[in-house]
Every structure is written in structure tokens, then in C-alpha cells.
Design a protein around this ligand. Sequence first.
Ligand code: PLP
Length: 315
Amino acid sequence: MEILWPYENGEVGEFFYARYGHPAVAEAEAALGELDGGTAVLFPSGTGAATAVALSLLHTGDTIALAAGAYFGTGRLFETLEPWGLRYVEFDQTGPAPDDVQLLWLEAPANPMLTMPDLEAAAAHPAPVVVDSTVATPVGLRPLEHGADYALHSATKALGGHDDVLLGVVVCRDPAAAEALRRFRGLTGISPASEPARLLLRSLGTLEVRVRRQAETAAVIAERLAGHPKVVLVRYPGLGGLISFDVADADAARRVETSTRLVTNATSLGSVRSLMESRHRWEGDRVPGGLLRLSVGLEDADAIWADLAQALDNA
Ligand code: PLP
């Protein structure tokens, strides 16, 4: 990776030192901005992106309203920032957010509870609105068109899509907000490397076809899961490839996740291969003990179902 570019006749050019930007990152940002209809700023992970947004927008004493049932790590991040005087409260994102908060943090759909945010109610709130649309992807939802100020993605997931990229992105409605975030990124050093940005560019070429296929397969699998006697509840919001479903309890979930052959028992989501795990191991009583999160990949729908069905039959 190049990290510096010589000055020309003593003049600093567009690229001069990698912490402030490099060509692969700029190219990826142009593509990501187009996908979400805004100005993109790339970060080394989704969590790095969230850290930069929270720290650059908020001040000591401010409170974030976070969607309940959203990605576990986001709440953990905000807890980690508490010594800096930031607070967060959880709320039901299917309705309006509490009044006295300085930032709304929604997730579309929430991972793993798969609720969808009320974007209209959020847009009516005076605080800026961040929508983490990692699960929906820009193929399923463009939050900026619904009044959000920032669309955030863990690009590690479907945008990267191949389990070989760790990146995050914030797409801003206001180009000046993107510029402020970019400045914050350079000054704090939460800067992405060029290799993952190149891998991401490779992946974006197939994003739409991957996500459409995953959503089609997920709809089939969700319906079949709902008809299986060992399945108590299925959550599938009708977009993206993520399903969560409940079996009787944590022991049953453990038996199911360890009995699949095609579906990989691992964390993460949005990959070309199907991934499944019990979320209880990470989130404890925040989720039902028997909740399994299934990220549908590009395998054949019948093959995925045959694998799940044998695991459920034997659970
Ligand atoms: N947002 C959502 C919805 C996620 O699922 C994740 C990771 O699982 C993140 C953000 C954090 O992304 P990263 O692992 O790239 O830091």
C-alpha cells in the first residue's frame, strides 16, 4: 500500500499522506455515495464508523436514542463511550423516539430482532438521524431518501460479501457533514487501508445480484421455517438475507447450530455463504434463549432448506 505521494513543484496534491485519503478509498467512496444517494466516508470497520459519528456529532452530556433489539455491539460501543460523558437510552424504533436526545440511532432492520424503524417519525425529530442499514443494504433501502441524515453500514457484511473485508461507511446527506467527518477521521486516525477498499470495489460489482438472490432465497426459507414443528417463531422483514427464528430454548438452539453441514456455524452476516449462530452466546437475556440468526447466502434454496430441516428434525 502506498502511504505517501510526492508534492509536485512543492504543491500538495489531492493525495499526499494515506491517513487523509488514498485513491482506492476515494474510488470506493464515490461508488458507495452513489449507491445510497449521498456523500460517503469510509472507515476501517462499521464500529469505527459508529465511533467517529458519535464522537464527532456529540458533546459531553448528550444522549443517544438507540433502537432496542439492534446490533449488540452498538450498545456496547456507547457504553464504552460513557466515561466521555455520552449516554444512551434504548427505545422502540417502530414508534417515535424520546424527546430529550441529541442523536437518533436506528437500524433497518434491527439485527437480530428484525424490527423496521419508523423513518417518518424519526425525520420529524429535531435531532440528527443515523440509520444503520447494514442488513437492508442500499439495494433494499436508501435511508437518506426517507429523511435520515446519515446511512451507516458495516461494509464487512453484504457490501463486502465474501468474509474477507473489514470496513465501514457513513453516507451523509449533507456534503459539508461528510467533509467534517472526513476531517475528524484524518485527525483521529480512524482511517481505512487501501487493500480492503479494493476488495470492496470488487464486491460492489455483484452487490445487487447477490442481495436480490439472498432476499429471494430468504423468503423461501422463512416460509419453510414457519411450517416446521420445532420452530416457535420466525422473523423476516421481507428485505435482505437475514432471518431470525426461535426454537424451544438455548439447548435446542445449540443442537441446531452445531448440526448443519452446508450452513456454517459462525458469526457475521451478508456473506456469499450461509451463516448461522445462536445469539444467546453473545447477548444473554437480551434475546430469547432459542434465537438463531441465519444469514442466507448464495447456495441453492433447497440445499439450504434440506440442511436446516435435518438439523431441526434432530434437535
Ligand atoms: N452494524 C451492524 C448492523 C452489524 O451487524 C455490525 C456487525 O456485526 C456492525 C454494525 C459493526 O460492524 P463491524 O464488525 O464492521 O465493526
